[in-house]
Design a binder for this molecule. Structure first.
Ligand SMILES: [Zn+2]
Length: 290
């Protein structure tokens, strides 16, 4: 990683400033869901290049709880433990979503309690008071959808143009869906959601609480190369989103693909790799100074 004196110690990302790097490309490597492969595979790979990542964890999940000591040690080495809710709620049409964590049953108050609870637990573990958030499944909505949406979901059509049509034209009759981004804005300095195509990557995110990541799951070496080229050309902030690493999740990046990306990142003089919360803080300072 091309680090200047200001960021020579990766354990002290709070002290990183943009002063010497004003025109640089910033990259964050983010990994969702607190998986064993993050501790066993991703972190050693990043650390071999002196890099630190952001790991969005749900502290109520069993894999995380089982290895909490190792997660604490990871935070002490400079990785960010990002907030990913306590229970990772999802829409009820997904097979892994039980009634208790169905977003249909959530309201803003319950989500607020859960986000704050996750923050308290993570604070007990790593002592930090500032961390970023990632929307589970990149979905900013909670509450019960209307009948049209529920029917489409039941028919397995919830990721189709038809659903987009229903949403765009407000045809979801009876919808009680609520966007909880305002809550996220109150609690967190920054937040990441999902997928932006590399060609659409903006130089700076339009919204620090809806920063769209570049999907690294299942990506090819060529796709990530292209995304990085684009980010460097635009001096952009690129947050890569991963789940599994060489397995460990149904969404996963190949070991060779991640290895290639890390090698490229460490060779690019104009690129600085920082945990998400730190990268956004640096970029916000830059904005304030102009
Ligand atoms: Zn997740």
């Amino acid at each position: 990683m091309p680090v200047g004196p200001a960021s020579a110690d990766p354990r002290l990302p709070e002290h990183v400033t943009m002063t010497e790097h004003a025109a640089q490309t910033l990259v964050s490597l983010t990994f969702d869901d607190g998986l064993d492969v993050h501790l066993d595979v991703a972190m050693p790979m990043l650390e071999a290049h002196g890099m630190r990542g952001t790991f969005y964890v749900s502290p109520g999940a069993e894999p995380f709880a089982k290895r909490s000591g190792e997660w604490i040690a990871a935070a002490q080495r400079g990785h960010e433990l990002g907030n990913h809710t306590v229970f990772h709620p999802g829409v009820s049409s997904k097979p892994w979503v039980t009634e208790g964590i169905a977003l249909d049953t959530y309201n803003l108050d319950r989500m607020r309690i859960e986000l704050l609870a996750a923050d308290r637990i993570l604070h007990m573990l790593d002592g930090r008071t500032s961390r970023s958030f990632a929307f589970p499944c990149s979905n900013p909505n909670l509450g019960r959808p209307g009948l049209p949406r529920r029917i489409l979901a039941k028919m397995g059509l919830d990721r189709t143009r038809l659903m987009g049509f229903v949403d765009r034209h407000n045809l979801d009759v009876g919808s009680r869906l609520v966007d909880y981004t305002p809550l996220v804005r109150e609690i967190f300095p920054s937040a990441r959601c999902g997928g932006v195509a590399a060609v659409d990557l903006p130089a700076r995110p339009g919204d620090w609480h809806r920063v769209r990541g570049i999907d690294g799951d299942g990506a090819t070496i060529a796709a990530l190369d292209e995304a990085l080229d684009m980010a460097i050309e635009r001096k952009a902030f690129a947050a890569f989103v991963f789940h599994g690493v060489g397995g460990g999740h149904h969404l996963s990046v190949g070991l060779d693909v991640l290895d290639h990306l890390l090698r490229r990142l460490s060779g690019e003089q104009s690129v600085q790799v920082l945990p998400f919360v730190d990268a956004v803080r640096v970029l916000q300072q830059e904005t304030n100074h102009h």
